[in-house]
Ligand binder design. Sequence first.
Ligand SMILES: Cc1cc2nc3c(=O)[nH]c(=O)nc-3n(C[C@H](O)[C@H](O)[C@H](O)COP(=O)(O)OP(=O)(O)OC[C@H]3O[C@@H](n4cnc5c(N)ncnc54)[C@H](O)[C@@H]3O)c2cc1C
Ligand SMILES: NC(=O)c1ccc[n+]([C@@H]2O[C@H](COP(=O)([O-])OP(=O)(O)OC[C@H]3O[C@@H](n4cnc5c(N)ncnc54)[C@H](O)[C@@H]3O)[C@@H](O)[C@H]2O)c1
Length: 461
Amino acid sequence: MSNEDFDFDLFVIGTGPGGEGAAMQACKGGLRVGVAERYRQIGGGCTHWGTIPSKALRYTITSTMNVLKNPVFRELGIHASPTMEQLRRGTEAIIGKQVSMRQSFYDRNNVPIISGQARFVDENTISIDEGERIRSRSFVIATGARPYHPSDVDFAHPRIFDSDTILQLEEKPSSITIYGAGVVGVEYASMFRNLGIKVNLVNTRSSLLEFLDDEIVDALSYHLRDQGVVIRHNESVDRIEGHDDGVVLHLKSGKQLKTDILLWANGRTGNTDDLGLENVGLEPNGRGQLEVDEKFQTAKSHIYAVGDVIGYPSLASAAYTQGRAAGMHILGRKDGNLRINDIPTGIYTSPEISSVGKTERELTAACVPYEVGQSQFKSLARAQIIGATVGMLKILFHRDTLEVLGVHCFGANASEIIHIGQSVMNSKCHNLEYFTETTFNYPTMAEAYRVAALNGMNRLF
Ligand SMILES: Cc1cc2nc3c(=O)[nH]c(=O)nc-3n(C[C@H](O)[C@H](O)[C@H](O)COP(=O)(O)OP(=O)(O)OC[C@H]3O[C@@H](n4cnc5c(N)ncnc54)[C@H](O)[C@@H]3O)c2cc1C
Ligand SMILES: NC(=O)c1ccc[n+]([C@@H]2O[C@H](COP(=O)([O-])OP(=O)(O)OC[C@H]3O[C@@H](n4cnc5c(N)ncnc54)[C@H](O)[C@@H]3O)[C@@H](O)[C@H]2O)c1
């Protein structure tokens, strides 16, 4: 078919990081690209109800509470309890800035954004809000995910929240139960505890965030408990009762937890219903996710899917790279040096956690002869100066070749300094000696790399 048969070479559904990455890559390569978005503004769940609002709220809570807990302010007799509305106020402005910046990308590159719900009519046609029809040679589905809602939980109850609705919380509760101790659960547990709210964190598994390094998980559990979060492992919900004065979580173990509100943080479901997938012969799995190959092509090779709609790792960072990779493939280019599987983790608890590469568990299972170098933040000058002495950085390296295999960090600035380790792991000199032979600014948190590397070298014999 000729170009005239299609309105676009690529049509992208969704304007989160996945959709934006695909649209920008393809239009820069000269393709005619169009985009559909059903929400009133572009930016996706990432901008409006996921990453950005939760990180902005977390920043406001942390910085406000740090000031209020500061001994100088205490001495001055400054005691205040900010309202949820006050804590949230800055978030709207940040979202506004993100939206206008991202809108300008589409505008500058002449990518039209068509407002409404996109639905496949046939393999090359979609409808918008069941009306306007658009024909495209290829598609990227970047429709994201939403909180998973089991049918027996009453999410209409004013005291029962999910990760979207918690952002509109009006009154600060005195207690909260968080059901689900994944990334959303632990981040919100940390935020609410920082506000002085009593927190029950209910985990369906035997330990927190099992994909992380064991020592980091231990440190996280210790600090959450030390801050006063009550963690219950290996529990599962029997039923939830919403009352006028609180919510009771009945667990299958017989325990009952009553708190002012409940946050359901137990996973996500891909946004694939109402996409008309039955009209193109695609079937999502039980969690609404689409299966793709390593090029992000679905079973229909001209229909790609990226971001949360394909499941793991369900990160904004990964979604953007996946979108770009799909865009490159549609352009007929190889994805070059895109490191699709080199995804760092950044978890914004207090203190934050970040890691890249292999864990000790994985290296042990693979019988890799590795050694560990550690740096405790309490011995870093910068950490002492900024009062952030809780934390550590550990480097895992091959004891024969000194190749850096993984970096795991817990503490202030972890999500930033992890990228130093990531860069070294990906560079030609991916070797521990980089850290022992390089001069670091002093005093900095990054100096932890030099301290950890020297510590590791000293363990070799
Ligand atoms: C509370 C929370 C905190 C998070 N924090 C982080 C973090 O700190 N770091 C990180 O990397 N990730 C974080 N994430 C994950 C991150 O937000 C997602 O991975 C990211 O948003 C996925 O991007 P996406 O492009 O796949 O989808 P989304 O950003 O969800 O965008 C999908 C878009 O598609 C639109 N859409 C859906 N269906 C249609 C349709 N049929 N027609 C038209 N438009 C449609 C939606 O309206 C939406 O705008 C967090 C998630 C949550 C819930
Ligand atoms: N800092 C960050 O990077 C950050 C912050 C918040 C959220 N996120 C992303 O958001 C995603 C969601 O986080 P989360 O804590 O809600 O979930 P999670 O994926 O960590 O899962 C929490 C629990 O819910 C269960 N579950 C997941 N999906 C389910 C489904 N459809 N049906 C039944 N059970 C299900 C899981 O098995 C697990 O026990 C994560 O995958 C994470 O990558 C990232």
